[in-house]
Design a protein around this ligand. Structure first.
Ligand SMILES: NC(=O)c1ccc[n+]([C@@H]2O[C@H](COP(=O)([O-])OP(=O)(O)OC[C@H]3O[C@@H](n4cnc5c(N)ncnc54)[C@H](OP(=O)(O)O)[C@@H]3O)[C@@H](O)[C@H]2O)c1
Length: 271
């Protein structure tokens, strides 16, 4: 039986992935910031629910140690924990900027660095990083979030070269909009009432974004979990997996139009 460690398992894509892997007879180390609140995943015999906050190094090491104690070894890691800072960049505080990178980028790097000695000792390992279509293209008023997902893309692609030498593979999952609580509980709104110059622009972008986010094309977290499972088990060296019709369409449009024309297209959409 294989074992996967998943971060951010308390809700959304992370929780759906825990259930999907557990149902396919994998052992799962379902990690989250507040494991004491979890009541559903604790019902599975092959799931260990334990604490991991990607901003706290000691919790990362403890989760890995506990997972190995319980299941013998870890075969795969899913870096799913993340959230979005959204709003005008100038409104962001230093703390908001730092935290966005600390969770989405440095947190993911911390977990990878902590698990690599185990994967090298096993001469085998798989690392799956949750990126986004927002790691391949951008929308206005989400500059910090996009910056983190572009960083995850570049980091993962480059790291895949050196880790191939250790028989450790990397994968990127790029979902479009997914029906989770991401746009509720996982949004950090950047706002500053004194920045009135942006008001007209912000209102226009909010209206255009609501029109652009087409609920018919949103994916379920279960669909994303299936694609993550496919990435974990297809035995290929494929690096990128796009999840969702909206993501497929927009990434294709950027490729077909070329980068300059695509940016111009987005400018028109939001002006
Ligand atoms: N939903 C979308 O439209 C969408 C699209 C593309 C990519 N994604 C990516 O998918 C991933 C999961 O998001 P989701 O949509 O499933 O949203 P979600 O339901 O809000 O889940 C986010 C998860 O991240 C966890 N988290 C936040 N900060 C953390 C930290 N410091 N340490 C550990 N865990 C932390 C949250 O834990 P708590 O319960 O403790 O807050 C929660 O479990 C994110 O990386 C996101 O960027 C989402």
């Amino acid at each position: 039986m294989k074992t996967i460690l998943i971060t951010g398992s308390s809700s959304g894509i992370g929780k759906a992935a825990v259930k999907h892997f557990a149902e396919q007879d994998w052992n799962v180390i379902a990690t989250m910031r507040s494991p004491e609140k979890e009541t559903e995943l604790t019902q599975f015999d092959n799931v260990l629910v334990t604490k991991l906050d990607v901003e706290q190094q000691d919790t990362i090491h403890q989760a890995i140690v506990k997972g190995i104690e319980r299941f013998g070894k870890i075969d795969a890691l899913l870096n799913n924990a993340g959230y979005g800072a959204m709003g005008i960049f100038e409104a962001a505080s230093e703390e908001q900027i730092q935290r966005q990178f600390d969770v989405n980028v440095f947190g993911l790097m911390r977990v990878i660095k902590a698990i690599l000695p185990h994967f090298r000792a096993n001469k085998n390992g798989l690392i799956i990083n949750l990126s986004s279509m927002g790691g391949r293209l951008t929308f206005p008023t989400m500059s910090l979030y996009h910056a983190t997902k572009f960083a995850v893309e570049g980091f993962t692609e480059s790291l895949s070269f050196e880790l191939a030498s250790q028989n450790i593979r990397l994968k990127l999952i790029e979902p479009g909009v997914v029906k989770t609580d991401f746009f509720g509980r996982s949004i950090d709104i950047l706002s500053d009432d004194s920045l009135t110059d942006y008001q007209g622009y912000s209102d226009k972008v909010s209206a255009a974004l609501s029109n652009t986010i087409n609920s018919e094309k949103e994916s379920s977290p279960e669909l994303v979990a299936e694609i993550i499972y496919q990435a974990a088990t297809d035995g290929t060296n494929q690096l990128r997996y796009i999840a969702g019709e909206d993501a497929k369409e927009l990434i294709k449009l950027r490729k077909d139009l070329g980068e300059e024309a695509f940016v111009e297209h987005m400018t028109h959409m939001f002006s």
